[in-house]
Design a protein around this ligand. Structure first.
Ligand code: SF4
Length: 231
């Protein structure tokens, strides 16, 4: 299936999540710049996504072969991903970006504090765009709960797997302004890559990641989960 581009995802900023990310305690005064910056971001922001439906051609001990890419098939190598995809016959590789518009905007102010606020606002816009993509896929394909995995979030599915992932998108990545750098990181920096997949048992990489105080944690660390589900 050809990549599908979503060019106008909402740049929604969840006020409470923003306050949490800035560690603003309840009852403390809100910095006066925040409302102006939030309004600017919502006016200027154009988060975007590209995704495709990819059938799973085969499963190996430690990975899956999916259809797509210049050679017609792409290998993802990850023990955890393989087991998460046990019941699946398809997946949805994706890129979501807060967009070059917000990236330029967030860098434009000479004041480092304003740039920090703008960076956190961008992060919120990216989160809302990721949720909007998942809602879009769930509605378009009438499927139930979706989980996601991101290359580089766990040692088991390292950042080098960005290469096969990006090979599925071809020119569509550049069409939404996203580039994979030689370091395997992406620009704009507020961009995420990964796969969505149907799963009755919800999964988030954070469940297997012990990193303390991660500002982007989506689920609590479960020290027993690997042994229970993946050993
Ligand atoms: S806790 Fe943070 S570093 Fe660990 S997987 Fe989640 S987002 Fe990534």
């Amino acid at each position: 299936m050809e990549p599908i581009i979503l060019n106008s995802l909402p740049a929604e900023i969840d006020r409470q999540s923003l306050f949490d990310s800035l560690r603003l305690k309840p009852g403390r005064p809100v910095p006066p710049e925040l409302d102006r910056l939030t309004a600017d971001a919502q006016r200027l922001g154009r988060p975007k996504a590209v995704y495709l439906l990819a059938g799973i051609l085969s499963k190996t001990d430690n990975g899956v072969l999916v259809e797509g890419g210049p050679d017609g098939e792409v290998a993802f190598e990850s023990h955890i991903l393989r087991l998460n995809l046990e019941p699946a016959h398809r997946l949805f590789p994706y890129l979501v970006t807060a967009g070059v518009e917000l990236d330029d905007w967030a860098r434009s102010d000479p004041d480092p504090l304003i740039r920090f606020y703008a960076d956190q606002i961008q992060e919120q816009a990216l989160h809302s765009a990721v949720h909007a993509l998942a809602d879009h896929v769930a509605a378009a394909y009438q499927i139930g709960p979706l989980s996601r995995m991101n290359p580089g979030s766990l040692a088991d599915w390292p950042l080098t797997q960005q290469r096969p992932l990006f090979s599925l998108f071809g020119e569509a990545a550049a069409a939404i302004g996203v580039q994979l750098q030689p370091s395997l990181l992406m620009t704009p920096t507020k961009t995420v890559s990964g796969i969505l997949f149907e799963s009755e048992t919800s999964f988030a990489s954070c469940q297997l990641c012990p990193r303390p105080n991660c500002p982007n944690r989506r689920a609590p660390y479960d020290p027993d989960l690997y042994e229970q589900r993946y050993a």
